[in-house]
Design a protein around this ligand. Structure first.
Ligand code: DSN
Length: 415
């Protein structure tokens, strides 16, 4: 890509920009929450819209000169509504966490109660973790993954809801390889009179094409990231119905944010248009097939997958049985040396710690964007296995690096 203006005026930053583009080009990006946005999305995000203040919403801003950003934000809103069949979309949250904060601040008072999945079982910091604002402001109770099935324990969720009487139940997860049963969570929310926030986080792309059921129209609020499987500009969004639309808009601005990041909103608009094209359906279908192929290839080599497989874009590998002496961090470090970038992750029933967990989370969205098919994902599964079986062996890591180089050369990222 072309960083000429930066190269001339700021060679140090230019060096890092070039370095990062090269790193992405030359490695296998398998962090499940990452993806490679199109050059069109990158151009929209790197545009003059970064200069513009636009507090307010299209047609009702606090500053002049907003006609162009109004057009961009309205396009992003209309496209989000179309993608998810939503009555109302707010595309201003700077991130998924800000989107969740806006939902909490719209309907909860400090001290109110949140019921959510434990972070160690695949939940998210913003679902009530003690180090996060959500855990500091609210009283939090958590449900877990059933250790036998590796799936959400909906019975535990229901029992805890009746005991704890939460004001809101949070569903939707960051490290969960299976379909989320939004309706079952909603039934519990109805029984106890709680709001339901469905945080579709990673799976915004899968939901957009119907690869995963849509929580919009079931839950009161749906939030998600716009740069993960959906591959649009970086940030978050909130989808809701007419009843909660004003409260959400007022909470996002002026409640918790000032000027919206209009360049990112332009990236969202462009990415949402791409996601409305039929090719995006093929992309999401391939992403799921690729994750399944990767998972099968690893299970054939003796790895244990949480829940025994996947329905979505990620697999969660529990290393304790197959590689008892290898921590998730050891695995991630060795794989990164070989050019395979993923993250260490806790697994249900974690016996180590969040800082030194026993699993790795592996995603298929990035490689699928580069055009990898099932056969190549199986090959990647074999490469991961080779590294983890020979974690101390530098010659194996060097051999795997060469294979990674061949695969990345065969699938160039940015022309
Ligand atoms: N950082 C994201 C993830 O990797 O799942 C969550 O915000």
């Amino acid at each position: 890509m072309d960083f000429d203006p930066v190269t001339e005026t700021d060679p140090k930053v230019a060096e890092a920009l070039e370095g990062e583009t090269t790193r992405q080009e030359d490695t296998l990006a398998m962090i499940a929450s990452e993806n490679h946005a199109s050059e069109t999305v990158l151009a929209a995000q790197g545009s003059a819209l970064t200069n513009k203040y636009a507090e307010g919403y299209p047609g009702a801003r606090y500053y002049g000169g907003c006609e162009n950003v109004d057009q961009v934000e309205q396009l992003a809103i209309d496209r989000a509504k179309e993608l998810y069949d939503a009555d109302h979309a707010n595309v201003q949250p700077h991130s998924g966490t800000q989107a969740n904060m806006a939902v909490y601040f719209s309907v909860l008072e400090p001290g109110d109660k949140i019921l959510s999945l434990d972070l160690n079982h695949g939940g998210h910091l913003s679902h009530g973790h003690p180090v996060n604002f959500s855990g500091k402001l609210y009283e939090v109770e958590q449900y877990e993954i059933d250790p036998e099935t590796g799936r959400v324990d909906y019975e535990m969720l229901n029992e805890k809801a009746h005991e704890f009487e939460p004001d809101i139940i949070v569903s939707g997860f960051s490290a969960y390889p299976r379909v989320v049963d939004w309706e079952r969570v909603q039934e519990t929310a109805d029984e106890v009179g709680a709001y339901h926030l469905a945080d579709m986080a990673h799976i915004t792309g899968l939901v957009a094409t119907g690869e995963h059921p849509n929580p919009v129209g079931i839950a009161d609020f749906t939030t998600g990231s716009t740069h993960k499987t959906i591959r649009a500009g970086r940030g978050g969004m909130i989808l809701t119905d007419e009843e909660h639309a004003d409260a959400i808009d007022k909470t996002v601005f002026p409640g918790i944010q000032g000027g919206p990041l209009m360049h990112n909103i332009a990236g969202k608009a462009v990415g949402f248009a791409e996601a409305l094209e039929p090719e995006f359906e093929d992309y999401m279908e391939q992403t799921v097939s690729n994750a399944k192929a990767l998972g099968e290839s690893m299970m054939e080599r003796g790895f244990k997958l949480v829940s025994g497989g996947t329905d979505n874009h990620l697999i969660l590998v529990d290393l304790r049985q197959s590689h008892p002496d290898v921590t998730g961090n050891d695995a991630a470090d060795a794989l990164e040396e070989a050019g395979i970038v993923l993250n260490a992750n806790t697994v249900p029933g974690e016996t180590r710690s969040a800082m030194e967990p026993s699993g790795i989370r592996i995603g298929s969205p990035g490689l699928t964007t580069r055009g990898f098919d099932e056969a190549e994902m199986r090959e990647v599964g074999a490469l991961i296995s080779r590294v983890l079986d020979n974690i101390e062996d530098e010659s194996v890591i060097a051999e795997v690096s060469e294979e990674v180089e061949r695969l990345t050369d065969e699938h160039p990222l940015y022309k």
